[in-house]
Design a protein around this ligand. Structure first.
Ligand code: HAM
Length: 428
């Protein structure tokens, strides 16, 4: 029997989790600065949440969901994205009733899509996302975009490009939809079978088709920006003005249609432009979804947000060869000489850990030389050496691994001395 992880999933081992934790902390800190709070919603939801939220005509709902019947014969789905669950939670917890609006949340966790696996495209992947619910001020669109751009700035990822578009309001979309149907209908036979159904279900999806992307009719397809009514055009204008005010560079891409159905007005993506990015260079995607909460039966509530793929963020760091300042040092390694000091070594390790130091010791019953070797390998700042003689005197030897200086001190003074040397505050 070969036991291996399911296709498209990954184990994250020590080297990776250090990096992930660093990135997650950076992202959380930035969200706090923008005054977003964390929300945690279930990893599975009733299938309907995504069918209705993400949209029946999307690839996600049609081909990619991990849907199954639970033991109570209810259809549940592993979340393929975060927005629909957040919208469901917003209604269920009556967050629309809170005084401070908009409700600004962020989330971080695994998402599941049954896709053809390749680099940067996993079946279990991780999204970090934000949602702001309850405001239709274009300034909040700009804020969410500024936060998105801030992530890459903080991590010093430079090779990125922000593209924005507007899908307008319902009226604008309706006109554009009619124009798309008129444009593509004469070519219906030449389009793939998916697009043939897309054209009646949601013609905007046709523009996103990978199979037909080189069809000549694609290049001449009517563009949404030409169909925006006055208020939608004005809205888009204001978003751009706010971005300009913050000196955030962007490109307008009138062909940017996102892969989910809930968007209106502003949509945006951040692409990785470093060499080495193949087809999956979209690092982050988002936009406004003013109809979603109402569609779920909640009160009319506008919303805007984005999600980024953690795996793709890591690829961007790799492509730009960015070394994150990961702290992997050990404060202290306790070296025990002989069996007689075994208990004292355990006691001392425990005491040092209680004082807040990062400490380890040997558990392989190795000799002194091998213990020192471990201390070296583990990048230790100090080694505490306990022998029988010292133990009986109530002392230990403290060796600085930096300057190799060693001195004998009273065990009782060890914590205070180390606090002085390693900076007490960090270890309070
Ligand atoms: P999305 O464009 O489907 O949007 O996904 C956002 C990001 O998740 C993508 O840009 C990509 O980086 C990452 N991603 C998606 N699928 C995969 C995959 N199979 N493997 C690795 N990474 C992947 C959403 O999910 C929306 N909920 C975003 C949003 C939030 N819009 C408004 N609020």
């Amino acid at each position: 029997m070969r036991i291996e992880s399911p296709r498209g999933t990954d184990d994250l081992l020590r080297d990776q989790t250090k990096t992930w934790q660093y990135i997650e902390k950076t992202l959380r800190d930035l969200c706090e600065i923008y005054h977003f709070n964390e929300i945690r919603t279930p990893i599975f939801e009733h299938t309907e949440v995504f069918q209705r939220g993400v949209g029946e005509s999307t690839d996600i709902v049609q081909k990619e969901m991990y849907t199954f019947l639970d033991r109570g014969e209810r259809s549940v789905t592993l979340r393929p994205e975060g927005t629909a669950g957040v919208a469901r939670a917003y209604i269920e917890n009556k967050l629309y009733g809170e005084v401070n609006q908009p409700i600004k949340v962020y989330y971080n966790g695994p998402m599941f899509r049954y896709e053809r696996q390749q680099e940067g495209r996993r079946r279990q992947f991780h999204q970090f996302g934000v949602e702001a619910l309850g405001s239709e001020d274009p300034a909040i669109d700009a804020e969410v975009i500024a936060l998105a751009m801030g992530i890459y700035e903080r991590l010093e990822i430079k090779k990125i490009k922000l593209v924005i578009n507007s899908l307008g309001d319902i009226e604008s979309r309706k006109k554009h939809r009619e124009a798309l149907i008129n444009h593509f209908t004469p070519h219906l036979d030449e389009l793939c079978t998916d697009c043939q159904t897309r054209l009646s279900q949601n013609p905007l999806r046709v523009l996103d088709c990978k199979t037909d992307m080189d069809h000549p009719a694609m290049k001449t397809a009517p563009e949404i920006l030409d169909f925006l009514n006055d208020s939608s055009a004005q809205y888009f204008e204001e978003v751009k003005q706010y971005l300009d005010a913050m000196e955030i560079q962007y490109e307008i891409d009138p062909t940017l249609v996102r892969g989910l159905d809930y968007y209106n007005h502003t949509t945006f993506e951040i692409m990785g432009t470093a060499e080495g990015f193949g087809a999956h260079s979209t690092l982050l995607g988002g936009g406004r979804y003013d109809g979603l909460i109402e569609q779920f039966g909640g009160p009319r509530t506008p919303g805007v947000g984005f999600a980024l793929g953690m795996e793709r963020l890591l690829l961007a760091l790799e492509h730009e060869k960015i070394q994150l300042p990961l702290n992997d040092e050990l404060d202290i390694y306790v070296v025990a000489i002989g069996d007689a000091v075994a208990k004292e070594a355990v006691r001392l390790t425990y005491e040092l850990r209680k004082a807040g130091f990062k400490v380890d010791k040997d558990y392989q019953k190795r000799g002194v030389k091998a213990q020192f070797k471990s201390a070296n390998r583990l990048d230790t700042k100090f080694v505490v050496i306990i022998g029988e003689e010292e133990m009986n005197k109530g002392t230990v030897k403290l060796r600085s691994m930096e300057d190799r200086e060693e001195k004998e001190i009273n065990t009782e003074e060890l914590v205070t001395l180390l606090q002085e040397k390693l900076g007490g505050n960090e270890h309070d």
